[in-house]
Design a protein. Structure first.
Lengths: 301, 346
């Protein structure tokens, strides 16, 4: 009763009703994203998971049986192990190089620039994202090939030097991948470094810490979460990449990505392609699980 | 506005029957000769038959469309590798060749291709063809055998096609086997492995091939004849094409009449039109066409026509035609090719 009377007395207060419980607004905010993820990622992934146990691609009117034999591919076709290992090595190299370059670039951005010049530099870093990946990769073929830009430049300086062309080697694949994925690492490191309190560094400096001590004891540990999230963002897609390997790798450009692509486009064996994808996913998750334990310990030190 | 409305109204007022009798529906790849506007206009003026199009993006899609829309289509373009399946599924009717006089210019060996013929009846008017064989840089002596690909002089200068079916077919020719059903896969594996010192890269798109060849990345390669004509004509690349003594790996496309069509006569009139030198020469010279199976048409092309130069009649007779592969064999070929690629990469 009293409540009602109050409502009538001060109707304007209705507009400022106490906020909804936190969980309702959280759900409301997350719902569009999760609905989209469910629809666009989870359901197709689930369908692919189902395909991976079928005996043939479920199209046309062929009889379909359930089988787990596609998951034995790595045992029956041992050469796949070499290809898988090659993909993981390419992933590790790409991620490591991105981590070093990305951290340095982010450090330079945060420590030595400010205001407009920093914004400009950030935009320049994001520029590769604005071009089509295929165009980027084909540009690299012109730079890295024999008698390409790099080779010719080298011969201008050292006319008798041999060729430094690295097109159609694993180095070329890693170069192309680093170029494509470096911005992720710079951005995650940039955000982590930006959050570091300036006074920490001043305090360290006033206590006589040299730059490498500041770097090793303050900047690196505090930026580690940024490096880790950058590494995860890079490692996973790099393992599955196929365009870079195909175009820059030549004869050696055989990775799990290209193998899986072949199953879908050439062999029309979706089940095998799907099972190879899920096997790789399991391997990648296992690697991440191993590393995340190590890294978490490192970051809490 | 009102004009088009009136036109629409009058069209619907026309007697349905007369209109239906003069419309045929063609099922084909888009931009593959049958849908050239200038030709359809002329054809309609001469015969009163209107050609409507529907397209597919793969031949399996064409099979599905024929299955699900009986009576809808009157002419469909199939390659030799799919035609036999369509015949065995009862989707096609035998062709009355007396209605296609222009098919007389087709060599018997092609017209009687086993992919187009069942029980002595022809189910397709062979239309055009192409093949995969050796492309090599000008200045290199003409290779006489596929074995040249393994020659020491091409160390790190060979570009293979990244396709299991073609890879196995090539090795089958090198080892004297049937390209569609080689019995000795071990020999195929060995001969492909022996190419490793020479293999520089694998190509998967025409564009990639052109760029790498222009940059002198390789000197000898397996390539499609049609693509080669484009590389030479449009990009002026210094490349030659030859079919060695083992023969090429070929494809054939034919014009087929669905068994559910009630307008076979009109459809065959259009097939005859498509085999007419007047149409084909204009298509080949103005737009660019694959090589015709009709010698009459090829002879009517200008003497310096690149397509004519590279699609010699003897190639057409000697080539092994790629057929459709059963699923297990396709998978075996793909697995074998993957193993070879892993070996090349190691």
């Amino acid at each position: 009763m009293n409540q009602n009377a109050q409502d009538v007395a001060i109707p304007r207060l209705r507009a400022r009703r106490p906020p909804l419980p936190a969980w309702i607004s959280t759900i409301a905010l997350l719902l569009p994203t999760y609905a989209w993820l469910t629809l666009a990622i989870f359901l197709p992934l689930l369908a692919m998971f189902a395909f991976s146990f079928m005996s043939a691609t479920p199209m046309g009117n062929r009889p379909i049986e359930l089988t787990y034999r596609h998951y034995l591919a790595f045992i029956k076709q041992p050469y796949l192990l070499g290809i898988g290992l090659n993909s993981i090595l390419i992933g590790l190299w790409t991620t490591s190089i991105c981590a070093v370059l990305g951290f340095i670039a982010a450090l330079a951005l945060v420590r030595t620039t400010a205001g407009r010049s920093r914004e400009t530099l950030l935009v320049l870093i994001l520029l590769p994202f604005w071009t089509n990946a295929l165009v980027r990769i084909f540009s690299w073929t012109m730079v890295l090939r024999e008698n390409g830009f790099l080779d010719n430049l080298f011969h201008l300086i050292l006319p008798d030097g041999g060729s430094i062309a690295i097109l159609y080697t694993r180095y070329a694949i890693v170069v192309g991948l680093v170029h494509g994925y470096l911005p992720y690492m710079i951005l995650t490191c940039y955000i982590a470094l930006l959050a570091i309190d300036e006074t920490l560094i001043e305090a360290a400096a006033s206590l006589g810490a040299r730059w490498w001590v500041v770097l090793g004891k303050i900047l690196l540990p505090l930026a580690l979460p940024g490096i880790v999230s950058g590494a995860v963002l890079i490692f996973i897609p790099v393992i599955g990449s196929f365009m870079e390997a195909r175009i820059l790798g030549g004869r050696v450009g055989v990775t799990m990505g290209t193998v899986i692509e072949d199953q879908f486009t050439q062999a029309f064996n979706w089940p095998l392609g799907a099972s190879l994808s899920f096997t790789m996913l399991a391997v990648v998750l296992a690697i991440l699980a191993t590393f995340s334990g190590v890294l978490r310990r490192g970051s809490t030190m | 506005m009102s004009l088009s409305l009136m036109a629409g109204a009058s069209a619907s007022l026309l007697p349905k029957r007369a209109q239906a009798a003069t419309d045929i529906t063609v099922l084909n790849w888009q931009g593959y000769g049958t849908d050239e506007a200038w030709s359809l206009k002329k054809f309609a003026e001469t015969t009163g038959i209107n050609v409507i199009h529907d397209y597919y993006s793969s031949e399996s899609e064409a099979l599905t469309k024929l299955h699900t829309n009986p009576g809808q289509y009157d002419l469909v373009v199939f390659s030799a590798s799919r035609a036999l399946q369509a015949i065995s599924e009862g989707l096609l009717q035998p062709v009355d060749f007396s209605k296609v006089p222009n098919a007389a210019g087709v060599d018997k060996s092609v017209a009687e291709n086993p992919n187009f013929n069942v029980d002595g009846k022809g189910y397709a008017v062979p239309w055009n063809w192409g093949l995969t064989s050796i492309a090599y840089r000008e200045g290199i002596p003409e290779p006489v055998s596929y074995m040249a690909l393994a020659d020491k002089q091409f160390e790190n200068r060979l570009c293979l096609m990244d396709d299991g079916i073609t890879g196995v077919a090539m090795a089958a020719l090198m080892t004297g086997q049937d390209i569609n059903n080689p019995k000795d896969l071990g020999a195929i594996k060995d001969v492909l492995k022996s190419l490793k010192p020479n293999v520089k890269l694998l190509w998967s798109t025409e564009d990639q091939w052109n760029k790498a060849f222009a940059a002198k990345e390789f000197d000898i390669s397996m390539f499609w004849s049609g693509s080669l004509v484009r590389s030479k004509r449009n990009l002026k690349l210094p490349v030659n094409f030859t079919v060695p003594k083992e023969g090429g790996m070929g494809w054939l496309a034919g014009l087929c009449i669905p068994s559910s069509s009630t307008k076979a006569v009109e459809a065959l009139a259009f097939a005859n039109w498509l085999m007419d030198p007047a149409f084909y020469v204009e298509w080949a010279t103005k737009v660019g066409a694959p090589a015709s199976v009709s010698q009459t048409i090829m002879d009517a092309l200008p003497g310096d026509d690149l397509s004519r130069q590279f699609h010699k009649p003897e190639y057409l007779k000697s080539m092994a035609v790629m057929s459709a592969l059963p699923d297990e064999r396709l998978q075996a070929f793909t697995d074998l090719w993957l193993e070879i690629k892993a070996y090349y990469a190691s």
